[in-house]
Design a binder for this molecule. Structure first.
Ligand SMILES: [Zn+2]
Ligand SMILES: [Zn+2]
Length: 464
């Protein structure tokens, strides 16, 4: 199908503007904070004569239109599409899925038992109500298993763009390279350190399904959240009513009209039911918060990772006073299409092939990857050498002796807390007040190290 001719890129333009006068500017501007610092005295005079920089106005979608996903080959064969990494039993045999399944079964079983006492299955209404509750259980379990089994979808190792696709420019400047998978990352893919693979349109690695949430299972994951929230809210009502009737059994026996449910509970069964109620309520609240985040991401056609990169792009542009490369988020194609991209298919199958996407007319398939490369370059230019002044063991509690305050104020990240030894030299590329993020010189493993166990060295590393 693609062999008749080389596949051409649509007309591509990388949008660059300088301030309000739209002058083209070198992409390397702002690559080095040091360069900026060094040249800042010269720029400040210029700045005085310029109007204050204002963020450029993004043209509305109806003006630029939507460019549908090109029909280029994905470079992923049908066999590779079914590469789930682990067989389902192995995937589920981990702490997260075991706890999640235990909660589903526990709340489900206790609620079913209580339902038979609170509203005995003697009427059609009771049967219908009971069936509705069981349906939530089925939907929760089914979507949970599918989300865990299918995963986000792995990018094959050594992935590269099909040679039939003709790409303008140097591809290494348009797509990110994954050293671990030894291949390019397709647009919107990210490497998951837990899975050890690049994942298509990765949203996050979910501890509960012991797998990534991404292109192939995003709909299953969202359906699981919706079913679990409704199911647990329903269970909360049934369990709450059952406990209420059990506590007031004396009143119902004395003053009831004979139609009220009579529920007898021992201390043990009361405790078991209260525990189920607490779990059901807790799950409803926690998953509702997660679903709200997911709803916002899906509405904007973003993943959790893309939201983070988008925020960084905005702060980069602000730092560059809007005189560097202007980034426009390419996948925002109107809220209806945004939602349909993830949730429109009844069977839970994603629209699109996970590699090429419908985009805004003023962007290209590589707009997002190019922004990631830009941010990476900027991050590397900020890299610093540090010497370890105090040893610290790795892990979440490893810094308790060497840096107790840092140990309490953990960074909001699931990247590893590294073991460090006095005298070692590390290269750090980021951090916060208490922690630095980086890697040991000569090693690839990245993670967090307590800032108070380090001292900055005057020399700066030159990273490739
Ligand atoms: Zn990778
Ligand atoms: Zn993962």
């Amino acid at each position: 199908m693609f062999s008749c001719c080389n596949l051409k890129m649509p007309d591509e333009t990388i949008r660059r503007r300088k301030g309000n006068d739209s002058t083209v500017q070198s992409e390397t501007k702002g690559d080095s904070a040091e360069d900026e610092e060094m040249s800042s005295s010269g720029e400040s005079e210029e700045d005085e004569n310029l109007p204050p920089p204002v963020p450029p106005v993004e043209p509305p979608l109806h003006e630029v239109g939507i460019v549908e996903a090109p029909d280029w080959p994905t470079g992923i064969s049908e066999i590779q599409e079914r590469d789930y990494g682990l067989a389902l039993p192995k995937r589920l045999f981990a702490i997260g899925p075991m706890v999640a399944l235990a909660i589903i079964f526990y709340v489900g079983t206790v609620t079913v038992y209580m339902h038979t006492m609170w509203w005995p299955l003697a009427t059609i209404g009771s049967f219908i109500h009971f069936f509705i509750f069981l349906s939530w259980n089925y939907a929760t379990l089914n979507n949970f298993i599918l989300a865990a089994k299918v995963g986000g979808g792995y990018v094959p190792k050594k992935w590269k763009i099909d040679p039939e696709v003709e790409i303008k420019g140097d591809i290494s400047k348009r797509l990110q390279w994954c050293r671990i998978c030894d291949g390019y990352k397709p647009p919107r893919s990210h490497h998951c350190s837990k899975c050890g693979r690049c994942v298509l349109k990765m949203d996050h690695h979910c501890l509960w399904i012991n797998n990534c949430v991404g292109h192939r299972n995003h709909a299953f994951f969202v359906r699981f959240l919706i079913a679990a929230i409704i199911g647990c809210a329903h269970a909360t009502i049934i369990l709450g009513m059952s406990i209420y009737h059990a506590i007031h059994i004396g009143w119902y026996l004395r003053f009831g009209d004979g139609t009220d449910p009579i529920i007898e509970m021992t201390i043990t069964s009361l405790l078991v039911t209260v525990a189920a109620l607490a779990l059901a309520l807790g799950v409803t609240v926690a998953l509702s918060a997660l679903l709200l985040f997911q709803a916002r991401y899906i509405r904007n056609n973003k993943t959790g990772v893309e939201e983070y990169i988008f925020d960084k792009a905005r702060s980069r542009m602000k730092e560059e006073k809007y005189r560097g490369t202007i980034f426009v988020y390419p996948y925002e194609i109107g809220w209806r299409r945004n939602i349909a991209e993830v949730l429109a298919n009844f069977k839970g199958k994603q629209s699109g092939n996970g590699v090429w996407w419908p985009i805004r007319g003023d962007c290209t398939q590589f707009t997002f990857s190019e922004e990631q490369l830009r941010q990476k370059k900027l991050k590397r230019s900020h890299a610093r050498f540090v010497r370890i002044t105090k040893s610290s063991r790795g892990g979440y509690c490893g810094a308790i002796r060497a840096a107790p305050i840092a140990c309490i104020c953990q960074p909001l990240s699931d990247q590893p807390r590294m073991e460090i030894k006095e005298g070692e030299t590390w290269i750090v590329t980021g951090g916060n007040k208490r922690w630095l993020y980086g890697f040991k010189q000569g090693s690839d493993a990245k993670g967090w190290l307590p800032r108070s166990c380090t001292e900055f060295l005057p020399e700066r590393p030159h990273l490739e």
